[in-house]
Design a protein around this ligand. Structure first.
Ligand SMILES: [Zn+2]
Length: 398
């Protein structure tokens, strides 16, 4: 038998073990943003550490004080090869226990080929598949030249600084490739929209509401800006995986009292970008619209700034070693290669993208069922994911 055949057979033979690991993770209510979150993260980490130890793999906790407990386990050949990291977050959102058709979000239930429970798809099922991939490679005696890493992190659901942010920015992990096992319905997500949250401040001059002609109404000028922005938009070319770029006005705030002419109106814009656009380019285009309005009307005054979340769109080339390995191995497992896809945001992957590391989402489960009652994942998909991760670890690191 080839190494690949051995690993595939091992995962088929250990299907129940894979469900057991996923269920063990689900049964710990590791909800982020709670006073006891870290205690729960510690339980997840201890559970996995014990499971890794059963087949001779050492796992270590990494926590940024006073934050969350992340976990890294590795099967390292120490022969100078490449490092594939795979995993994701083990924090989950709350489960609203009474709304489940099963015994509740944190009581994992198997029914009709599905594993049901909070985090089954987002993303403890994916983590369990990564765990099983590493276990299969090790237990089948396949030795890596490089390093196969399992990474589980905290605080993803609340965008906190204690999870992947900490591990990547402090250099604790620095892989050559990263597979984020988030629920993508087993599409290889290679394209990610960029994002920038922007704030436009329109300035006016206050006056009594009975004599508006003595002031400059910032709300009225904000309306002119919004209309012009809507008419002109910003330039982009639709992307084959990501579709259109967009600007969405999410918040507008202006005025304090009905009888006072407002001297400020603030508009918050959620910009999503496709390849070919940059957030600097988009902000320049919006500045041009402001300049145009200022040239037309000396009473018009506005400025624009980024508030947060500035990332450019990223497309991981389909000839990169990571994508090629996933395409080849998904074809080997399924008889046809997994589809390539795009997503609205890169999430934690943008931390890797900034360092030039190809990082993509590829995992079991569907977005449609997460963050609500009766979250589920197909057990067949967990098995499929574990197989493709294991073969990809062999392709890239062995
Ligand atoms: Zn997630």
């Amino acid at each position: 038998m080839t190494n690949e055949e051995k690993v595939l057979k091992y995962i088929d033979d250990n299907r129940d073990e894979l469900v057991r690991i996923a269920s063990g993770l689900i049964s710990i209510p590791s909800i982020s943003g709670r006073p006891d979150s870290n205690e729960q993260y510690e339980k997840e980490a201890d559970y996995l550490t014990e499971e890794f130890a059963k087949f001779g793999i050492k796992a270590e906790k990494y926590a940024l004080s006073p934050g969350g407990c992340n976990l890294i386990a590795e099967y390292n050949g120490h022969k100078g090869g490449r490092t594939l990291a795979m995993g994701g977050h083990y924090d989950v959102v709350a489960a609203d226990e009474n709304t489940w058709e099963t015994e509740g979000g944190f009581v994992p239930t198997v029914k009709d080929g599905k594993l049901i429970g909070r985090g089954s798809a987002d993303m403890k099922g994916g983590l369990a598949a990564c765990f099983m991939a590493l276990k299969a490679v090790k237990e089948c005696g396949v030795e890596p030249v490089g390093n196969i890493q399992f990474v589980a992190t905290v605080d993803e659901e609340i965008g906190g600084p204690y999870g992947m942010d900490y591990l990547v920015n402090s250099g604790i992990i620095n892989p050559d490739f990263f597979i984020n096992a988030e629920q993508t319905e087993m599409k290889i997500v290679i394209a990610y929209k960029g994002c920038a949250w922007m704030e436009v401040k329109v300035k006016g001059v206050t006056a009594h509401g009975s004599k508006p002609s003595l002031g400059v109404n910032a709300v009225v000028n904000a309306a002119k800006f919004i209309t012009r922005l809507d008419e002109k938009g910003v330039k982009y070319t639709p992307d084959k995986l990501l579709g259109d770029g967009s600007l969405s006005i999410g918040i507008i705030r202006g005025g304090n009292a009905i009888n006072v002419v407002p001297d400020e109106c603030v508009i918050n814009i959620d910009g999503r970008f496709v390849p070919g656009q940059t957030y600097d380019g988009v902000i320049t285009e919006i500045r041009d619209i402001i300049a145009e309005l200022e040239a037309e009307d000396s009473n018009f005054k506005a400025s624009i700034d980024f508030c947060s979340r500035c990332t450019n769109a990223v497309v991981i080339p389909d000839d990169s070693d990571l994508v090629k390995a996933l395409v080849k191995n998904s074809e080997l497992v399924d008889g046809k290669p997994s589809e390539l896809g795009g997503f609205i945001a890169a999430g934690d992957n943008c931390l890797f993208h900034r360092k030039g590391v190809p990082a993509l989402m590829y995992g079991p489960g569907t977005l449609d069922c997460i963050h609500k009652a009766n979250e589920w994942v197909e057990i067949d998909e967990l098995v499929e994911a574990a197989k493709i991760y294991a073969l990809t670890a062999i392709s890239l690191c062995c």
